[in-house]
Write a protein that binds this ligand. Structure first.
Ligand SMILES: [Zn+2]
Ligand SMILES: [Zn+2]
Length: 305
């Protein structure tokens, strides 16, 4: 998987940072997919600077309905249609997302030529398929807001076919049962336990993408042991009280969460527009005192997971 940051500014865009959006390129050989998390104004313009086209998107997850996470959606949906894309698209977001999309399309005389499904999420499982699942966690913000935890299922370990053949066990339907870890009885009466011939399971990658939030009870579970934690750090540590009073987090709080949750890596994003490049570097330095594996998101940065 790779995550591409399309916008990393809080509230308003700056010359170097657009408002929030992230692309998750799932890069699976048989079940590839392109998911968008949040869609601030100008997201489709930002996508023009990447190798990805909105037509390739198959799912969009919105964390909350604040404009800096949402106002790019109608334009992107319409452009996707005008380009002749017919691939279905699913949108997930808090209550009100359906009304927002349907109303903006209707009032502007717009439509989509592709099947569009809109699902209003509640805390819990949002998407599950044979490879991965997405769970929504409620955050603490002035409007209903979610963080999304994306988890690949663990991959079963490979079957040691050579060892089985060396035991005189023929390849065939038996191998499938052994691969599932089952115990089978051979025609000659021998009992073979598949678990004895399986490599350890490979744990799936885990990723947590937070929406805007002050520290809250769900954060720890959402971020627990993830390979990558994406968290807002709207303000510096000295302005923590102000950040929290508006439903946001400070650098220290984002980094402390990464440490407490056992995350492998933290990327901080959603920086207030008050910070220039130097300010951003100070924010990063603050985080690193609590969690060394922190990086600062920049527009178009790519993080491999
Ligand atoms: Zn925001
Ligand atoms: Zn917000």
């Amino acid at each position: 998987m790779e995550l591409i940051f399309l916008g990393t500014s809080a509230g308003v865009p700056t010359r170097t940072r657009n408002v929030t959006a992230m692309l998750l390129n799932l890069q699976h050989p048989t079940r590839a997919g392109l998911w968008l998390f949040d869609c601030g104004e100008g997201t489709q313009h930002q996508m023009l600077h990447t190798a990805f086209h909105p037509g390739k998107l198959d799912k969009i997850f919105i964390t909350h309905l604040h404009g800096d996470h949402l106002f790019g959606l109608p334009g992107l949906l319409c452009s996707r249609s005008m380009a002749g894309n017919v691939q279905p698209l699913q949108i997930y977001g808090p209550k009100g997302i359906r009304e927002f999309v349907e109303t903006t399309l209707r009032l502007s005389g717009s439509w989509t030529d592709y099947p569009l499904t809109i699902e209003e999420v509640t805390p819990g499982l949002v998407v599950v398929d044979g490879l991965r699942k997405v769970t929504a966690y409620p955050l603490s913000h002035p409007v209903e807001c979610y963080g999304y935890r994306i988890e690949e299922h663990d991959k079963p370990g490979a079957l040691n076919a050579a060892a089985l053949k060396a035991q005189g066990i023929p390849a065939g339907p038996l191998f499938q049962q052994l691969k599932e870890g089952k115990t089978v009885t051979l025609p000659d009466g021998r009992i073979v336990n598949g678990a004895d011939y399986l490599a350890p399971a490979e744990s799936g990658k885990k990723l947590a993408i937070f929406g805007d939030t002050a520290p809250c009870p769900a954060s720890l579970e959402l971020a627990q042991n993830v390979d990558l934690l994406v968290h807002e750090a709207t303000l510096e540590q000295a302005m923590e009280e102000k950040a929290n009073s508006r439903g946001h987090s400070s650098t220290r709080q984002a980094a402390q969460l990464a440490a407490d949750a056992g995350a492998k890596k933290l990327v901080i994003t959603h920086l207030s527009s008050r910070y220039d490049e130097q300010g951003g570097l100070s924010m990063l330095a603050e985080c690193k005192t609590y969690f060394s594996q922190t990086t600062l998101a920049e527009d178009f940065a790519v993080v491999h997971i």
